[in-house]
Design a protein around this ligand. Sequence first.
Ligand code: FAD
Ligand code: SF4
Length: 507
Amino acid sequence: MLITVWILGDQLLAQHPALAAAEKLAGSRAQVRVLLVQSAARARKLPYQRKKLVLLFSAMRHYAQALGQQGYHVEYLIAPNFTVALQEHCATHFPDQLLTMAAADENGRLFQHTLAQRLNLPVTVLPNTQFLIGQHNPFPNLPPVKRVVQEQFYRAMRRHFGVLMEGAEPAGGAWNYDRLNRQPLPAHLNPPDPPSFAPDAITQEVMAEVAQIPGLGSVAGFDLAVTRAQAQAAFADFLAQRLPNFGTYEDAMTQRHATLYHSLLSPYLNLGLLEPLELIRAAEQAYYAGQAPLNAVEGFVRQILGWREYMAWQYGRFGAAMKKMNAWGAERPLPEFFWTGETEMNCLRHAIGRALQSGYTHHIERLMLLSNFALLAGLHPAAVNDWFQAAYIDAYEWVMLPNVIGMGLNADGGLTATKPYIASANYIHKMSDYCGSCRFNRKKRHGADACPFNTLYWNFLLTHEARLRANPRLGQNVLGLRHLDDAGRQLVRQQAASFLAHLSRNR
Ligand code: FAD
Ligand code: SF4
């Protein structure tokens, strides 16, 4: 019996379940054909970050090569789309059956379920093993209207997987150390750069091809890991060099450094080159070996076992329908400067510039600069989502929708986060060094040099006052309106209207 295993580009797992299943079914590795497909239509769906395409295609080709070295017959097809590639493969190899693992994204899964008919072949879609929620769903059979907050979810996952637990209690006696993890970066600290991986012949070939594809940014300077061994080296470097400071400066932003003490591991996790539990266990071990403090290790574990799994779980509940959510009725198109980085707002110029150039900004820049601005300015959620999806090296629908539509824009009506993440220049100044060299005045909310974050923040509070007042977590923000008299309110509204009109003109 001849079995084909179709491995998706973001499922480059060291132990792919369909390979083991196929070998068992076929009786020998010689009877298994492995197929990887690079779809031209998929690569052109949006103007993608070129470094993301290089990462994806180079990692796929290295993975194909590694499987070949393990004795598999591997076919790597570059085709107009997935259907053409699969049909071509079947017409050449005549498999008796096709095995594949369920895609992380809803569209991918729907497509997989049409394959038997398209290929006229028995097709088995195996359960996805890339997420820990595949092993344990802490809240099964919940009605869609029922909200589970991330903290509840995270604690249930920690208990189930026994991570940083001492008996029934969390290590150190507390579930989180957020109060220690909100420091700005001191001027004397210079975070180490993440490791850089020189492109080999395969990567260079991909870079030359991707340079011809319409997209964002440039292939030049590509230095990401493209194999599991390199991704493991990147993780080892993080453990040794950056994990100890990860917690303390988790929320800090600086124009001096893009990654600070963050791990830059999401691109590898999302491709399957690294798996969540191996990272969690290694970080936990670093704590017990005295190599990193608890606030750092708990913070890192929370990101993966808490936030990443929670987001995958939320996507599982609400799916692609999230893209249509627009709880704040935001209709403004994306301003042109999101595609060029040309804005006088120093914080946004840096964050957008980094996203366009490297495909990466760390979490707080995504949340408290980019999506904060988008929410305050009333940018259309689906347009914001498409921008993130195009610009970032780690963007995939399952993680993008709950983060952008849910956490970043609160467009899901609070299904993901209990409050909209909104802030004025006050917060940005406290956590960064952006405001000192900005042409805007961080202390002003109206006037020619007023910081747009201030104008939009107060305008947002005024516009949505009644609704925000009803949210107990935002009471403090709304209370600030007491200090704004009628004339002050009028000035904010006028300034915001003029800024937003200008924003819309400059699309
Ligand atoms: P670290 O800060 O070092 O965190 C460690 C790991 O935890 C990350 O590698 C990531 O796998 C995981 N993680 C942390 N927070 C989240 C989260 N909220 N959701 C999912 N995983 C998380 N993450 C993506 O993987 N792809 C995206 O396209 C993406 N888009 C985002 C868009 C917005 C508006 C926001 C607010 C967040 C987004 N995130 C996304 C989540 C998070 O910002 C990134 O995972 C993180 O910045 C990646 O950098 P890092 O590896 O250095 O993370
Ligand atoms: Fe950003 Fe305003 Fe600070 Fe300028 S003053 S860097 S626009 S927050």
